[in-house]
Write a protein that binds this ligand. Structure first.
Ligand code: GLN
Length: 474
């Protein structure tokens, strides 16, 4: 593999010394993309455009007028709108659809001279944890091609893992940035709900959806966060808080109080090598003077059900707009309005998406609403309060990111419940609207990457990033 750079700073010093050019970088990534086409990480590569922009940015660097992200070549998940480019959410139902405007995050990234090299494969409408629900087929893990990439931002993670770009942007509703990052040995960061604009992101579950970076360094995660975050007139759920220069303010953290979920170590559902990685870090943290204590989370068993009821309810409503009239695919067999709706949706959506729309409409329907949707809302509030209470006493909650490392392609696809349960550790932050990061924690005996997650209080991204940088140096 061509040399990869662990951070944009490293690239920038190469650019300054004239050893490399942005054009050269883009050419290398394009070469890697071709060499690794079998991984299925990209739905489309913006080859010519990336090269043209690279040239342009090289001149801007020479003139000293380049933006903060000059030299940063990124890929975006294919549920992020980029004006004039196709966007599919890896679904047949968006076949042929072109974005008519750019998402706020794309505008902000481009304004700082990032280069977008392509759009990445993902689970259909971001529904999944293995990238196996994509209409375009699964993404293969670069560490072992028989294993899944994780999901739903699987293509984004593998694109970085196999050095097909420097960093990638994914979305995380219940773990979709963190879990694939952990399966690919990378950093996956989900900020606080309300940090980054959702304008121009294809909605899955609007009260959970957050954009997040997948990177090789904490510095890059911090930099991408500061560029993308902050108020936006197009998203009223955004916090009005000012955004600090997260990357410049990275500093050594003091001694911390850390809680870890005791079930991470006691549950038979967690892989032994994952447990060992957690134990190793708990020991290292203690040896370095931090307090690390086990805690019980009373609502552990409610995390996955509450998340899935709410996410499916929101999804069923968000996906009502794909009706064969407004967007993309229309069934050629449609003869009137009813059959346009029915046939286009039946033929356009995949199995998992249909399952979720059905379950979502079920939990929202009269007679079941109180028993499921309203109850899940109450459970969410309790989960959030409990999480906030823990975070009054502790700075972070440490868990594995996923109960097991990347599994074999096809293994869990047949049983959706098994798949849903694998989100146990990531959905807590999503339900609580809290920031959480997945950090690489070595490989297992088969060479598969493992990841650990740190969860912090709302809007405590700076503390979380500071500690993450230190954690990786432990
Ligand atoms: N695996 C979870 C789901 O299928 C999370 C997906 C996501 O974060 N987009 O809903």
């Amino acid at each position: 593999m061509a040399k990869f750079y662990s951070s944009l700073n490293e690239i920038k010093s190469g650019l300054q010394s004239g050893k490399i050019s942005v054009e050269g970088l883009v050419k290398n990534y394009l070469k890697q993309i071709k060499l690794n086409a079998h991984l299925n990480a990209f739905n489309e590569v913006f080859e010519q455009e990336a090269l043209t922009r690279a040239n342009n940015i090289d001149s801007r660097i020479e003139l000293g007028i380049a933006g903060k992200l000059a030299g940063m070549v990124i890929a975006i998940k294919d549920n992020i709108c980029y004006k004039g480019h196709k966007v599919s959410a890896s679904s047949k139902i968006l076949e042929g659809f072109t974005s008519i405007y750019s998402s706020t995050i794309v505008e902000r990234l481009l304004a700082e001279d990032a280069i977008i090299i392509g759009r990445c494969n993902c689970d259909e409408f971001a529904m999944g944890a293995a990238n196996e629900t994509s209409y375009f087929g699964p993404v293969k893990n670069y560490a072992d091609n028989t294993k899944v990439s994780g999901g739903s931002s699987g293509g984004s993670a593998v694109a970085v893992q196999a050095n097909m770009c420097h960093a990638a942007i994914g979305t995380d509703t219940g773990g979709s940035v963190r879990q694939p990052a952990s399966f690919c040995g990378l950093i996956g960061f989900k900020p606080t709900y309300g940090r980054i604009s959702r304008h121009g992101i294809i909605a899955y579950a609007s009260s959970f959806d957050q954009v997040g970076p997948i990177t090789r360094s904490v510095e890059d995660a911090a930099l991408l966060l500061e560029v993308m975050a902050g108020p936006d007139d197009y998203d009223s759920t955004l916090a009005q808080k000012t955004v600090s220069s997260f990357s410049k303010e990275l500093k050594q953290p003091g001694k911390k109080n850390i809680a870890y979920l005791q079930e991470s170590l006691s549950s038979p559902g967690v892989d032994t090598e994952v447990k060992n990685a957690l134990i190793k870090y708990i020991d290292k943290l203690r040896a370095d003077g931090h307090t690390v204590k086990p805690i019980a989370f009373d609502y552990l068993d409610y995390l996955v059900p509450a998340y899935y009821i709410l996410a499916m309810a929101e999804a069923s409503s968000n996906l009502a707009r794909y009706d064969g009239v407004h967007y993309g695919y229309r069934s050629p067999a449609a003869i009137d309005l009813q059959s346009t709706y029915k046939r286009s949706r039946s033929e356009g959506f995949g199995k998992e998406v249909k399952r979720r729309i059905m379950l979502g409409t079920f939990v929202l329907s009269a007679g079941y609403y109180d028993a499921y949707y309203a109850k899940a809302q109450k459970a969410r509030r309790l989960i959030r309060e409990k999480t906030e209470n823990i975070l009054k006493e502790y700075d972070f909650i440490l868990t594995p990111t996923a109960p097991e490392p990347a599994f074999a392609i096809g293994k869990e696809e047949k049983d959706p419940v098994v798949m849903y349960l694998s989100d146990i550790f990531t959905v807590q932050a999503s339900l609580a609207g809290a920031p959480a990061i997945s950090l690489p924690a070595g490989n297992n005996s088969k060479g598969l990457p493992l990841g650990l997650q740190l969860l912090a209080g709302q809007f405590e991204e700076q503390e979380l990033l500071n500690f993450s940088k230190y954690f990786l140096e432990l």
